[in-house]
Design a protein around this ligand. Structure first.
Ligand SMILES: Nc1ncnc2c1ncn2[C@@H]1O[C@H](COP(=O)(O)OP(=O)(O)OP(=O)(O)O)[C@@H](O)[C@H]1O
Ligand SMILES: [Mg+2]
Length: 367
């Protein structure tokens, strides 16, 4: 099957500094939603704008629905209008002097590929889909932010483009609405079978919306995988940290067998970890751990330790503990409304599958 979107070795260099997009390759099969996730300035919007044709790539190839739309070497550059894409941005791009219905009907009347079929029916169906059926005749200026964003979405969906591009479409909404619309957005996209490329710096949004997540840093795509894999098998320490594995233990590699490594943590002892990298004995290593994967008050067949709770922060639905552990520090999250541990010694199990070892490029604590 041809990919709905194929990006090969995409490079975009602006006049100054490092490339904004630096050799990015991935493909999106039809009907899949791919989310590009990464910190501010990592090149997400630039990648999206290259796909849209709003930015001219410096190198690489982009094809949409099996048709090359951009390839510098062969002099191919298809204009944005000819790419059969829909776009939704952060700002609510609705026409204020029109009603909701007129806004959504606009592309059907004015786009080259919009025609065909009954416009009224298509608009009605799309408004129902985004939950605005009752608002068809309201002026677009009399809508809340969330409703305006639904109008923008409906306007991009109504002509059924091959590919929908979304750049932080929820970031101007308040927190509650953002969560609701995030869940709904996935339902809507899946209901239409639309292929989507979605850009965000919000990891929770990425996990809920994406069939796959691509984590970017400084113009490079570090890992592209389903959310469960990004969260349980991060390919490098940046991905681990950016998706919330905020604990790091520093040590030295004692041994590695395939994806298993034994790390010497000095005073704290030895820890068994999973690793995606070809570490060698003697390498400095960072072991990343998520706070919610650490089991306080438990022991297991491997990686059982004794730590010391030095601080406890009760947050109602969960409790956060600062645990001292052989001269290093861990943050541990315990779900539930009851805090079960108090200050002082505590048993601790760090399941080896949830300890991820990476090469440490910086200073390690152990010599
Ligand atoms: N028109 C431009 N001219 C020069 N540099 C640009 C231009 N647009 C983007 N950049 C630079 O390219 C890099 C990537 O920018 P981009 O907008 O793609 O980041 P982003 O990942 O979308 O960030 P954010 O999360 O803040 O939106 C940044 O360093 C940015 O300053
Ligand atoms: Mg951006």
């Amino acid at each position: 099957m041809t990919s709905a979107l194929l990006i090969q070795d995409l490079v975009k260099r602006f006049s100054t500094g490092k490339p904004a997009v630096d050799g990015v390759s991935f493909d999106v099969p039809a009907g899949e939603i791919v989310v590009l996730l990464g910190p501010s300035g990592c090149g997400k919007t630039t990648t999206l704008r290259c796909v849209a044709g709003l930015e001219h790539p410096t190198g690489g190839r982009i094809s949409i629905g099996g048709r090359t739309v951009s390839e510098l070497q062969r002099g191919v550059l298809v204009s944005p209008r000819e790419r059969d894409i829909g776009m939704v941005f952060q700002s609510y791009a609705v026409w204020p002097h029109m009603t909701v219905r007129q806004n959504v009907a606009y592309p059907l009347k004015h786009r080259r590929n919009g025609g065909g079929g009954d416009i009224d029916t298509k608009v009605k169906e799309t408004l129902e889909l985004v939950g605005l059926g009752e608002y068809a005749d309201r002026s677009a200026t009399l809508l809340s932010g969330g409703q305006m964003q639904r109008v923008a979405l409906a306007r991009s969906l109504v002509y059924r483009p091959q590919l929908l591009l979304l750049d932080e479409p929820l970031s101007n909404l308040d927190a509650k609405l953002r969560i609701r619309l995030r869940d709904e957005l996935r339902r809507i996209l899946k209901a239409t079978g639309m292929t989507g490329l979605y850009v965000t710096h919000d990891q929770a949004e990425a996990v809920v919306l994406g069939d796959r997540i691509g984590v970017m840093r400084e113009g490079k795509l570090l890992q592209m995988a389903p959310p469960g894999e990004i969260y349980n098998r991060p390919a490098d320490s940046f991905v681990a940290n950016f998706t919330g594995a905020s604990n790091v233990l520093l040590g030295k590699v004692l041994e590695r067998k395939g994806e298993r490594a034994t790390i010497d943590l000095g005073q704290a002892g030895r820890i068994e970890a999973w690793t995606p990298q070809p570490l060698s004995a003697g390498d400095r290593a960072r072991v990343a751990l998520r706070a919610e994967n650490i089991r306080l008050g438990e022991r297991g067949p491997a990686n059982s330790f004794t730590g010391r709770v030095v601080e406890r922060r009760y947050q109602g639905m969960q409790t956060v503990y600062d645990v001292e552990f052989g001269g290093q520090k861990l943050e541990v999250l315990e779900l539930g409304t009851a805090a079960r541990h108090s200050d002082g010694e505590v048993a601790m199990h760090l399941p080896p599958d949830t300890c991820w070892a990476y090469r440490d490029e910086g200073q390690a604590a152990v010599d």
